[in-house]
Design a protein around this ligand. Sequence first.
Ligand SMILES: *[C@@H]1O[C@H](CO)[C@@H](O)[C@H](O)[C@H]1NC(C)=O
Ligand SMILES: *[C@@H]1O[C@H](CO)[C@@H](O)[C@H](O)[C@H]1NC(C)=O
Length: 255
Amino acid sequence: MAQRITIQLLLLLAWVAAVGGARTLTVRARTELLNVCMDAKHHKEKPGPEDKLHEQCRPWRKNACCSTNTSQEAHKDVSYLYNFDWNHCGEMAPACRRHFIQDTCLYECSPNLGPWIQQVDQSWRKERVLDVPLCKEDCEQWWKDCSTSYTCKSNWHKGWNWTSGSNKCPAGAACLSFHFYFPTPTDLCNEIWSHSYKVSNYRRGSGRCIQMWFDPAQGNPNEEVARFYAAAMSGAGPWAACPVLLSLGLLWLLS
Ligand SMILES: *[C@@H]1O[C@H](CO)[C@@H](O)[C@H](O)[C@H]1NC(C)=O
Ligand SMILES: *[C@@H]1O[C@H](CO)[C@@H](O)[C@H](O)[C@H]1NC(C)=O
């Protein structure tokens, strides 16, 4: 009897170990952190040249995760990409809008966001980015240029009224100046897309932060940044083996 219970216990523990191992494998499945596209709504499967990228998305034309069509749509208001209306509280100033276009180009086109890709359980995408270290000046300029525009929310991912097909301010959310909802540049860049960005203290050209804006004549500065963080992150590897080691340890203790 006692022996039988022990066997069942061992089987249970072996199962826990196997599940733990499988989970470890799925979490680690994204071993490629460099030169990759996320598995989201409009991204290409793999990055490659796109000669005809539109206007503000042109910096990525040598190697991009976006198609020409996506780059064109990124410049439209209420485009087919997400039906998102920048003018939900009156017309957004052009100086502000260009930052949202650039943000869309970076999100859709960049093959250098691999170190920050996370799996998500969302109907419209399987992966997202989290805590991309955006260069300090890129965030500050975005915030300054939007000072005369209006919005009604500080998280633009959630809580809109979509019944009309595009995003409208929900009941009770007043249209106020950008700086009311985003008192500092950090509030804007970190909160607007649910922490897709985490503003960096590093500056443009440091090789340690992602640039939303760059001159492609000097190459894409974000390649080096992705390499740096990919190398730093691979150092976190051993922890991934924890569930398996823990289960094996328990098995040994009980045997
Ligand atoms: C991009 O593709 C979508 C879907 O096929 C289409 O509805 C849209 O008109 C295209 N946009 C451009 C600018 O060609
Ligand atoms: C959503 O907007 C529609 C009009 O577009 C309105 O009739 C409805 O009451 C709104 N719903 C909420 C929950 O605010």
